[in-house]
Design a protein around this ligand. Sequence first.
Ligand code: GLY
Length: 284
Amino acid sequence: MVSSQPAIIVHGGAGRGSGERREARLAGCGEAALVGWQVVQAGGQALDAVEAAVATLEDDPLFNAGTGSSLNRDGEVEMDAAVMSGTLQAGAVAAVSGIRNPIRLARKVLEDGRHVLLAGPGAREFARRAGISPVPPETLVTPAQRDRWEESHGTVGCVAVDRNGRIAAGTSTGGTPGKLPGRVGDSPLIGCGTYANPAGAASCTGEGEAIIKVLLAKTSVDLMDSGAGPAEAARRAVALLARQTSGQAGVILADRSGAVGYAHNAEEMPVCYIVEGEEPVTAS
Ligand code: GLY
């Protein structure tokens, strides 16, 4: 197994500017990055770091994932999540309700290994068998979502590299506000919102329908595989999406050496990254 510099990068969703909530979301990203960083810094696995960081963001009602998820047309929460490792192991869930941390359920799907993506009631039944207790769906609905915030805010995600050169990505979302029941976005679709292979890993945020059409996560990792660094790969992938779809989106990336990068064409995308020997960096 190769040895690497550990690194972690998280995003809190691409969207419109959010004034005073911008600082709070940056702080939330910082806290989640630190939770994941503690895993990889201590020699733990990239997959565990991603799961821990994304679960932290799911539990923060400021973000559109887990508690605080957007409501669909019928006022219900339906969430998507995926996790993938650089060894091509992947697990994802789509349109699930009554699960506090969809990223933990996605990890169970990955570990089970029979399938990559489970949806709806089947995913809930799998959760029960995997020992994940359901929660009353209304506990995931925050007053702010009931009031339908005007500002748009997004998906959460994380990419991590551990000391053994293992790399992983995870993404979790409540999807788009007012979406049709049953709509599935890019986040749980491998190659679209989430991807990892030996060259690197990616987690995306933004307009799922645009992200799906250009396979933004796989496109970004392919650019790294062709020699681009993570920052350049992110910039070129987002430019391609903007050119081909007119959509707004963002992506965070890392390669297995522990280099990280990100880009977006939305008003803002809170990000925090930590690399060995340096202070955490937050930006939007
Ligand atoms: N990017 C999240 C979604 O469109 O569902």
